[in-house]
Design a protein around this ligand. Structure first.
Ligand code: CA
Length: 224
């Protein structure tokens, strides 16, 4: 399956590197250099993912991301300058799926993009239990009519578990799907996030929804 990727980047040398790297991996990249062109492009075509530079001639990538998130769940990979912590945090908070710091290796971009796309695959087998609703565009999960206030990782974990209720995910599988750098993180941080999510659910309804399978992993109770 060929996947169309929109690259929004004003520096020709970086854009060329990206196009080359993505084409080599079988993606079909389209490149634009301004936000105006980007808006026209997303209005006219469906893209599997977007690679977005922060500093663009006619504005800021963050604004574009915020606007897009109002009605698109398209995965976004930010390109940030140097090691700008603020850029990274802002990008993730406003709905980017991952970021990559310049200078980057083309192979790393392709790998990150694949990871982002893997996480974005939606089809649910059993269906979301009826007491949950997911607004992927707003990255919001509603439980029994209450919008949950979730951190980025909590959202990622719960969203993953909800795709296949009843399916048990190991800590390692959860990290592979949710963390940008699974190798750099500790599996017990998954436990910590699970505990927080469980507390947030229990505040709304005192029932066993997020199940622990000792020595195996976690699942969401099948709602049917
Ligand atoms: Ca730029």
């Amino acid at each position: 399956m060929t996947q169309a990727i929109l690259i929004i980047e004003d520096e020709p040398s970086i854009a060329d590197t990206l196009i080359y790297a993505l084409e080599r991996e079988g993606f079909v990249p389209t490149r634009v250099a301004t936000l105006a062109e980007a808006r026209a492009a997303v209005g006219a075509h469906a893209y599997a993912a977007i690679v977005l530079d922060v500093g663009l001639p006619d504005g800021n990538g963050f604004d574009f991301c915020r606007d897009l998130r109002r009605d698109h769940a398209t995965p976004i990979l930010f390109l940030t300058s140097r090691n700008d912590e603020v850029d990274r945090i802002v990008g993730l908070e406003i709905g980017a799926d991952d970021y990559i710091t310049k200078p980057f290796s083309p192979r790393e971009v392709a790998a990150r993009l694949k990871a982002v796309l893997r996480r974005a695959v939606q089809p649910a087998v059993n269906g979301t239990p009826e007491f949950f609703q997911i607004d992927a565009g707003k990255r919001c999960i509603i439980f029994r009519g209450n919008a949950l206030e979730l951190s980025r990782y909590e959202y990622g974990i719960l969203n993953l578990l909800l795709r296949r209720p009843g399916q048990v995910y190991s800590r390692q599988q959860i990290m592979q799907h949710v963390w940008p750098d699974p190798d750099m993180s500790l599996e017990r941080t998954v436990d910590t996030h699970i505990k927080t999510i469980r507390n947030k659910l229990k505040r709304i309804a005192d029932e066993e929804i997020l199940l622990t399978h000792r020595g195996v992993g976690y699942s969401i109770k099948d709602g049917r």
